[in-house]
Design a protein. Structure first.
Length: 185
């Protein structure tokens, strides 16, 4: 197998934003040539699939500005501090977005949603032993909580009815885990 690594030669920060940073790097390619890579440094996130004893789950409906449309998504949020525990983020975001707390979380996978231009890694959790908490949306955040049968949500993800990649991945990971077929890598 050949070495496919690229080596950073220089880096220019293009954006220092609230959510992310963007860079333009010059890299040396495996064949010795050079090229440019533009990429986003993202702190990572946690996505949560709440699992109720009756087979239900919660999704959130919200408008997403870049594609300028409303999406049905699993609750999720970014890591706010370097080294923040993804399970702590899952607990925070579940209650903030849905008004529910979990007695137990299970890490069921992690995925890079946009490997061509972003360093973001999303950790996926199922949330169990759910109890009512207090919804506390961030300033400027507007969501509608949608109750749905988990099997229906998974079916919608598999049929392509849901368009958010983290939601599709999270629901498939959760379904695989809950069916006892997920093995650790």
């Amino acid at each position: 197998m050949s070495n496919l690594d690229e080596t950073q030669l220089s880096s220019e920060q293009l954006v220092d934003g609230v959510l992310l940073e963007a860079f333009r790097d010059e890299v040396r390619l495996p064949d010795g040539d050079t090229s440019v890579r533009e990429w986003i440094d993202h702190p990572g996130a946690s996505a949560i699939v709440p699992v109720f004893e009756d087979g239900g789950t919660l999704l959130v409906r919200q408008f997403r500005y870049p594609p300028r449309r409303t999406f049905l998504e699993v609750p999720a949020g970014k890591l706010d501090e370097p080294g923040e525990d993804p399970e702590d983020v899952a607990a925070r975001e579940l209650e903030e977005e849905t008004g529910w707390r979990a007695g137990r979380f299970e890490h069921v996978g992690a995925a890079y949603p946009c490997i061509g231009y972003s360093s973001e890694l999303i950790h996926v959790f199922t949330a169990h032993a759910l109890q009512r908490g207090t919804q506390a949306l961030a300033e400027g955040e507007f969501v509608e909580v949608v109750e749905m049968d988990l099997a229906e949500a998974v079916g919608r993800a598999r049929r392509g009815d849901l368009k958010d990649m983290k939601t599709i991945t999270a629901l498939v990971y959760a379904a695989t885990h809950l069916n006892g077929t997920l093995t650790s890598a």
